[in-house]
Design a protein around this ligand. Structure first.
Ligand code: ADP
Ligand code: MG
Length: 270
């Protein structure tokens, strides 16, 4: 379904600020798989998702979605295949538009622009039903501006909007990280339901080891722009947060050793 091959990306190349954010990432994701992506801050998780979404073009390597090479496609063209939810619950919706208007727009994603055609009564009934299915009691607030909803509610609605037109690939980038624990649990529950209901193929970046072990069928860990751990099948089912923490600790120790070795080499040769 998704095939990332030898992906390289350097930001600010050739300058003292150059960051080699992706260093040869190879990743194949099967249709219907739900992959949790973990890794320390700055390890390249968001960059990997952005590369897939077309936020920038790769320096090297390729990206295929359903067998089609989209490496050169601009972001807006790839957007028709993708659903995305980011960390900030206030970024995914238009605050001054009503809940219904936001959903109507999302339901027409990839089609001709303009609200006119979307605002008939069938659409209204269908969208109200979708909201009711979330069981958050928001179906009575279809005419309220989105700006009047809480962060957790808005993130639920952003998730609904991202999945309304069943995307080929759902990209979630720490979409529960800015929420209180109760809202985060609720979003995870809705995420699970939506993915299972529509058999969506999903990449979900999370900072929560608990989430990484408890949902999805595969976990990958990134470190310094590379995939350093890839666990699926029965091993994924047995995975515990402490296993992941142990891997983080191992990486940290190795990095310290590398730094010490580099220091020693430097002192030897000056
Ligand atoms: N648009 C960008 N411009 C410059 N540097 C970036 C950009 N996006 C990410 N980076 C850098 O690339 C590295 C990886 O970042 P990112 O993928 O956001 O990490 P993560 O999501 O794992 O925390 C970091 O050093 C970050 O500063
Ligand atoms: Mg990130």
């Amino acid at each position: 379904m998704l095939e990332v091959t030898n992906a390289h990306k350097t930001f600010f190349p050739g300058t003292p600020n150059a960051v080699h954010a992706l260093r040869g990432v190879d990743l194949k994701i099967e249709r219907g798989s739900w992959v949790c992506v973990i890794g320390t801050n700055g390890s390249g998780k968001s960059t990997l998702l952005n590369a897939v979404a077309g936020g920038f073009l790769l320096d090297e390597g390729s990206i295929r979605i359903d067998g089609v090479d989209v490496s050169k496609w601009p972001e807006y063209r790839r957007a028709k295949l993708l659903g995305r939810v980011f960390q900030d619950p206030f970024s995914g919706t238009a605050p001054s538009m009503t809940l219904f208007e936001n959903l109507a727009l999302a339901s027409r994603r990839g089609q001709a622009r303009g609200l006119g055609l979307a605002l008939n009564s069938t659409t209204q009934d269908e969208l109200t039903k979708c909201v009711a299915e979330m069981e958050l009691g928001l179906e009575n607030r279809m005419d309220n501006p989105i700006g009047s909803f809480s962060g957790g509610q808005r993130q639920s609605l952003t998730l609904l909007m991202a999945t309304l037109i069943r995307p080929r690939l759902l990209l979630l980038d720490e979409h529960t990280a800015a929420l209180d624990p109760r809202s985060a649990d609720q979003i995870i529950r809705l995420t699970k339901r939506s993915i299972e209901h529509d058999c969506l193929t999903t990449m979900m970046v999370t900072h929560s080891m608990q989430q990484a072990v408890s949902v999805g069928d595969r976990v990958i860990m990134m470190d310094q722009g590379k995939i350093v751990l890839d666990v699926s099948g029965p091993r994924k089912q047995r995975l515990r947060p402490r296993d992941l923490l142990a891997k983080f600790e191992e990486l940290r120790r190795r990095q310290q050793l590398d730094e010490t070795a580099a220091d020693m080499l430097q002192t030897q040769y000056v």
